[in-house]
Design a protein around this ligand. Structure first.
Ligand code: MLT
Length: 369
């Protein structure tokens, strides 16, 4: 049974986890993972926008918001295990994953270790790099300072780096809300997570293995995980899209939620349409394979199917500007009884992709670097 709402409690890995679950039952699932040291409410503007067409899960990482902290030491691996535990508890087999900063570290760890559980990734204001020695030192100093002076000075210091300069003038309420999130976090969770972050492994060497569509978003003025870090990831993740958000620093989803939401919605909607098409095509292959008259038809169908997948990948990887036409291509579920109709439709589909690509290549030849 599915419980709908915000602040739902669920026991995961012996821990009480607080989460939001909203949106239509059968809709594609998006899971939102917050950054440090915030909580799931940082996604309010995205939840609001997505729930019309998606099932949205936003949860509090252990130690944050309304989730319990447990007794074991924090680590990014543990946070990723909690995520999988939550998906299992909610019976979510596959989801699109969207993480900001620390949420991105968790998403990258999860996709590395549980690749089959995700069908798309959105990496926001994050990096694949581990902490530098200076970064580790700063975190250890912060741990000491929290113990000595409490949370408020830490919150004030943290906020200075989180936002674009203009946000301090235009977005005072948002800044106050973020400060409140930090102030509500326990000193133990802050310190435990600072240590976990300082020990996290790099994931840059694993990015080439990511096989799902990826959107990378970064605030133009992000000082913590700057656009250069986003560009580095984009170069390593085949076919990934990079979007730089103007008028935003590290919290791009909050500082410029309008542009952020547009990019996010465009991306997740295109994934939804593509996966719909793949499902239809897979179903088609299964239908024909299960039918009795399979001989040459079967061979031709498999051949066509692999040609379609190949040309789709070429378009997505090398000519992403044409991806929008992929979504518009008709994929019809043909008649079970007449495989010839199936073949003709698929042939037509393949040929239209093929001629689109060739025409484009002729009109806009790539200049070798
Ligand atoms: C975050 O927003 O999650 C933090 O800035 C991550 C970090 O400190 O590395």
């Amino acid at each position: 049974m599915r419980y709908l709402g915000t602040n739902i409690e669920m026991t995961v890995n012996k821990l009480s986890v607080s989460y939001t679950d909203e949106g239509p039952d059968e809709a594609p699932v998006i899971i939102l993972i917050h950054g440090f040291p915030f909580n799931k409410s940082m996604w309010n503007k995205q939840v609001e926008m997505l729930i019309e067409n998606f099932r949205v899960i936003a949860y509090d990482i252990r130690g944050f918001g309304n989730s319990g902290a447990g007794l074991v030491d924090f680590s990014i691996e543990l946070f990723a295990d909690d995520l999988i535990g939550l998906m299992d508890a909610l019976k979510i087999e596959k989801a699109m994953l969207c993480g900001l900063s620390m949420g991105g570290y968790i998403a990258l760890n999860a996709i590395e270790n549980f690749p089959k559980r995700f069908n798309a990734l959105v990496l926001c204001d994050t990096t694949c790099m581990a902490d530098t020695p200076e970064g580790i030192q700063k975190r250890m100093l912060a741990v000491d300072n929290i113990t000595k002076y409490g949370i408020e000075p830490y919150a004030n210091e943290t906020i200075k780096n989180l936002f674009a300069p203009e946000s301090f003038v235009t977005s005072k309420e948002k800044i106050a809300a973020i400060k409140e999130m930090i102030m509500k976090t326990s000193a133990q969770s802050l310190s435990g997570t600072l240590i976990a972050l300082s020990k996290r492994k790099e994931t840059c060497t694993k990015l080439a293995e990511i096989m799902v569509p990826v959107l990378i978003v970064v605030g133009k003025e992000d000082k913590i995980t700057p656009p250069e870090a986003a560009l580095l990831m984009q170069k390593k993740i085949k076919g990934s899209i990079l979007s730089i958000i103007e008028h935003a620093g590290h919290l791009s989803n909050i500082e410029n939620s309008f542009d952020f939401n547009n990019q996010l919605l465009k991306f997740v909607s295109s994934i939804h349409q593509q996966s719909d098409q793949h499902t239809k095509r897979d179903r088609l292959v299964t239908e024909v394979l299960n039918s009795r008259k399979i001989t040459n038809d079967e061979k031709m169908l498999l051949d066509l199917n692999s040609k379609i997948l190949k040309i789709t990948m070429t378009i997505k990887d090398d000519y992403p500007e044409l991806s929008k036409y992929l979504d518009e291509m008709p994929v019809t579920i043909p008649s079970e009884k007449d495989p010839e109709v199936t073949l003709n439709l698929l042939k037509g589909y393949y040929e239209s992709l093929h001629s689109l690509l060739n025409k484009y290549k002729t009109e806009y030849p790539k200049i070798e670097e």
